[in-house]
Write a protein that binds this ligand. Structure first.
Ligand code: SF4
Length: 499
């Protein structure tokens, strides 16, 4: 019947050949790769069976499960890839729900590398594909509802009207989408903006099909309280182990046997407060291995890693890392700054159980622990905090210098106002001072140092054509682009010094 069709922006509807970190390329300017090659070899579409996507973004799976648990029938709800959405709309279809991470390119990565404020003044792949998806739905009679982590960018009514969006759901969807969709199906009036509050773990339903990257959520929210973070991160909730295992089983049954645990800090599973509970974390990984072939993780915090090296070691031992298939465990993490002044001002909870003054030591210790146990941190920094001084940036440069010996990636991102700092001004490429460029150069040199070995190891299992394309790109970056980037940044430093 297809009463409710769910889909996602095209860059989210890909498993990136099992190399999920390549998902970051969605924030890159769209001329970085030829679209034909990019969407075939790097970001291929998800497989489809009987018109339904066999793999779907985790958030879309949660909305599907919520609807099915709250009165919708199996034949009324269908997840389809964006390129098939138009043809899937029937006369019974009342609503199309779209998941998006970064619809206008206002997230930190897109803001830094692409778009009006970014280093390359061109829209990113994800912005392009979101617009294209909405354009494809413009002359239909269905209601368009958009949700997902990037939905906050669509709060402005004029933007929604221009794009053809009827309703935006901001925040967690589980408590609000079933009523909303029922009203739309019944032809009732609904608000244009719906806010979803944090949902208790028992109200979070179990997904019904495989998720992109074999993602399984183990905790939601964070609770460290950084002042630039989304409000939904404020409340930390843990998912009970039985629920996690159910989702692992669903994924494995549907062919995803490599599971990625998702939380803002996987190492805090089972913790009370900010002290890592090693037993609970290892129990989680041991239980997961009863069903999955292997396990990975999305994010971890440097403070947790520094405070519990035994937990890191225990996970590597359980997963037998390094091995021929998985040379290391990669996880996203936040350094944000080397300035303890900024840590104290904007993110005092970031260093817990340590103090803000110990932050640089925490970061260096954590990188050392990771290196000793075959973990690769993919770390972000923030440039342009309100009130940031040259001294703050120089402290960050110093910290990055000290991390050179550790296999890792460090990506500087522009400050984007959100959470309690929402009314502050965001940062843009035009505001870069010579010391910002120096920090950029330090990060670039760090990444170039590690890029080839990381790419060779990470892409080992990718399909031959995709691997060849990406390795050619990596070689081009290391040889040609590296020289140009050095020349460009040095020029910018000189120009800025004379201003
Ligand atoms: S540690 Fe990360 S997720 Fe947690 S509040 Fe801070 S920025 Fe947000």
């Amino acid at each position: 019947m297809n009463t409710v069709l769910l889909t996602a922006e095209r860059c989210l509807m890909s498993d990136y050949n099992g190399s999920l970190f390549l998902g970051f390329t969605a924030c890159a300017p769209r001329s970085l790769f030829k679209p034909f090659l990019y969407f075939r070899l790097i970001c291929p579409p998800v497989p489809v069976e009987n018109g339904s996507a066999k793999i779907a973004p985790y958030g879309t799976r949660k909305i599907e499960a919520t609807l099915l648990e709250n009165g919708f029938k199996e034949n009324e709800v269908k997840i389809v890839p964006p390129e098939k959405i138009r043809k899937s709309i029937t006369e019974d279809t009342r609503v199309v729900g779209i998941t998006t991470n970064d619809p206008l390119g206002l997230g930190p990565a897109s803001t830094t590398f692409s778009g009006d404020k970014g280093l390359v003044k061109e829209e990113s792949f994800n912005v392009w594909k979101f617009r294209e998806l909405l354009d494809s739905l413009k002359d239909t009679n269905v209601k368009i509802v958009v949700g997902g982590p990037g939905a906050w960018q669509l709060e402005d009514r004029n933007i929604r009207k221009k794009l053809g969006i009827d309703v935006v759901v901001i925040g967690e969807g589980e408590a609000v989408v079933s009523d909303l969709f029922k009203k739309i199906v019944a032809g009732e009036e609904v608000p244009e903006v719906v806010y979803g509050e944090p949902v208790e773990p028992e109200r979070i339903p179990t997904i019904r099909g495989a998720s992109v990257g074999g993602i399984v959520e183990i905790a939601r929210g964070c609770g460290r309280g950084c002042r630039f973070c989304m409000p939904t991160m404020r409340k930390f909730r843990q998912i009970p182990l039985e629920k996690i295992l159910e989702e692992i089983k669903v994924n494995c049954k549907n062919g995803k046997k490599f599971i990625n645990f998702h939380a803002e800090d996987v190492l805090r599973y089972g913790a009370r407060g900010f002290e890592v509970n090693k037993e609970a974390v290892l129990k989680l990984f041991t239980a997961g291995l009863n069903f999955a072939d292997s396990l990975g993780l999305s994010h971890f915090s440097l403070a947790s890693a520094a405070s519990s090296p035994d937990t890191i070691r225990g996970i590597s031992e359980l997963l037998e890392i390094p091995n021929s298939e998985h040379p290391w465990i990669a996880g996203q993490t936040g350094i944000e700054t080397g300035s303890t002044r900024l840590i104290e001002n904007y993110m005092p909870g970031k260093a817990k159980p340590f103090s803000p003054q110990e932050w640089c030591e925490v970061v260096e210790t954590a990188f050392g622990v990771c290196s000793d146990n075959s973990w690769v941190p993919c770390a972000t920094l923030v440039i342009g905090f309100p009130g940031e001084t040259e001294y703050d940036v120089r402290k960050t440069v110093e910290l990055v210098e000290n991390l050179r010996e550790y296999k890792s990636l460090i990506v500087p991102l522009f400050f984007v106002p959100s959470g309690p700092l929402r009314s502050q001004k965001g940062f843009s490429a035009e505001e870069m001072k010579s010391y910002h460029w120096e920090l950029m150069l330090e990060c670039w040199n760090h990444d170039i140092h590690w890029l080839r070995p990381l790419a060779e190891e990470y892409l080992r299992k990718s399909p031959v054509l995709s691997r060849k394309l990406l390795m050619r790109f990596v070689e081009w970056v290391i040889t040609k682009a590296n020289r140009r980037v050095h020349e460009f940044i040095k020029e910018q430093i000189e120009v800025e010094k004379w201003r």
